[in-house]
Design a protein around this ligand. Structure first.
Ligand SMILES: [Fe+2]
Ligand SMILES: [Fe+2]
Length: 243
């Protein structure tokens, strides 16, 4: 392959850039909603007692434990339905999802280290985390499987933004790092994962024109239940526990 052929092969279409920019703009908007949310205000206010911050974070970890295994299994199912000739794409998505598989365990460990009960997994899931699992399984079964990339971009890019914004708070308030592995490791991991997904989205929309519609649709389905429905439930549990 000549240099110019190679350059051409890595070029993405205008449509692909438009789809990616739309997904990215939506995540940025959702991050603004998160920063205006009462839970983020509690975490970021300089005078919130540390135990109140950790009570909320602990409840968010509990939420992750409730949905994460289900969203992981649904994800494998969804991209398992991709066109079978697209071996490279299936390999890339499988490899990424395999890396993600144990992150619910990180959340479980952080939850326990920050004082949560070890028996949480036996407790039925909260309504919003049940809804997250339900949306992911419904998408996995009936949606266009390329739509996976849109919903996954919301997961990865939002986690990157929120965990990066949390790092200076962990530092400034000297929060217990040993209970915050999930947050600290995601600040670097998910920045990388978001870039990985960006390139996949650009590549896939270039190769499958029109697939951006399913990506945007799946993004919106997932956003109907995540993040604030889940995190505000965690806030309610934390505030109830503090009272
Ligand atoms: Fe993760
Ligand atoms: Fe990730």
């Amino acid at each position: 392959m000549t240099l110019s052929e190679r350059k051409h092969a890595t070029e993405y279409t205008e449509e692909a850039y438009l789809v990616f920019e739309e997904l990215d703009t939506r995540v940025t908007r959702i991050f603004e909603d998160v920063k205006a949310w009462r839970g983020w205000r509690l975490i970021s206010a300089g005078n919130t007692p540390k135990q109140e911050i950790m009570a909320l974070v602990r409840e968010i970890f509990r939420s992750v434990v409730w949905y994460q295994a289900h969203t992981t299994e649904a994800g494998f199912h969804m991209f398992g339905r991709l066109p079978k000739k697209d071996v490279r794409l299936i390999q890339q998505l499988s490899s990424h999802k395999a890396e993600e598989a144990e992150h619910g365990v990180w959340a479980q460990e952080d939850h326990a280290k920050s004082g949560g009960s070890a028996t949480d997994r036996s407790i039925p899931p909260s309504p919003a985390t049940f809804a997250v699992a339900a949306v992911w399984w419904r998408m996995a079964q009936v949606e266009e499987p390329l739509g996976y990339l849109g919903a996954e971009y919301l997961f990865e890019q939002l986690t990157a933004l929120v965990t990066q914004a949390a790092l200076p708070i962990i530092e400034g308030r000297d929060l217990p790092r040993e209970s915050l592995r999930f947050v600290i490791e995601h600040a670097t991991e998910d920045a990388k994962h978001a870039v990985f997904l960006k390139h996949l989205i650009l590549d896939v929309v270039t190769r499958y024109p029109g697939s951006g519609d399913a990506m945007l649709r799946c993004f919106d389905y997932f956003h109907a239940v995540y993040p604030l429905p889940v995190w505000d439930e965690a806030y309610e549990r934390a505030v109830g526990g503090l009272g």
